[in-house]
Write a protein that binds this ligand. Sequence first.
Ligand code: FES
Length: 224
Amino acid sequence: MIELPTTSGDGHTSETFVPVFSNEELVFTTDETAQIERWKSHYPTVDGAIMRVLWLAQEKFGYLAPEVIRLSAEATGIPYAKAYGVATFYTQYFKKKKGKHVLDVCTCFTCQLCGGYDILHYLEEKLGIKSGETTSDGEFTIQQAECLGACDAAPMLQVTNGRYVMQLTPEKIDAMLDALRDGKSLEFESMTLPQDADEMGGNRRSDTQAVLETKAPPIAETIL
Ligand code: FES
């Protein structure tokens, strides 16, 4: 067992965790370490690299268990508490093991008005779990999300910090779940704003190939 400080309480307390990952597993490879060093040199202070290092760690370990956050903090050269603060601030960093596909359903204002909760409850019923839970086969986790910046396409959801699925309907949810279960890539959807109608063939966001090839940013293997 290891003791890691937490940000709860008066700042002087610590909690005991039973690590999920062994010391043998808790290492970055030579290439990963080199990448981390490049990120660190890219910012005025090394603190700036922590988001990328945490992202890399999440891709590598699946989620940010306390010992993974500690590894990330040590690799970056910052205190654990600082890395913990960043990891717990953003919902995109998973602090617990999630399903293979994490469905972030936006229930913020615009999506809510456009049926975001109906979509959430439809998904919950369909998968037999509540928001925050993971299906027993480990395939899906449902979460509620704050505004994801696609209000014009409400109601919408995001799949595992990546693809947006927009203007949701029950039929679309069914098709999305089938596609994800079959390991198929979701079709790219492009929204055209009314003011864009006469520009670039009626769709300024028409670079579908670039979007199809884009993974959830920031990509850990991106070399600056
Ligand atoms: S309110 Fe849902 S994307 Fe903005």
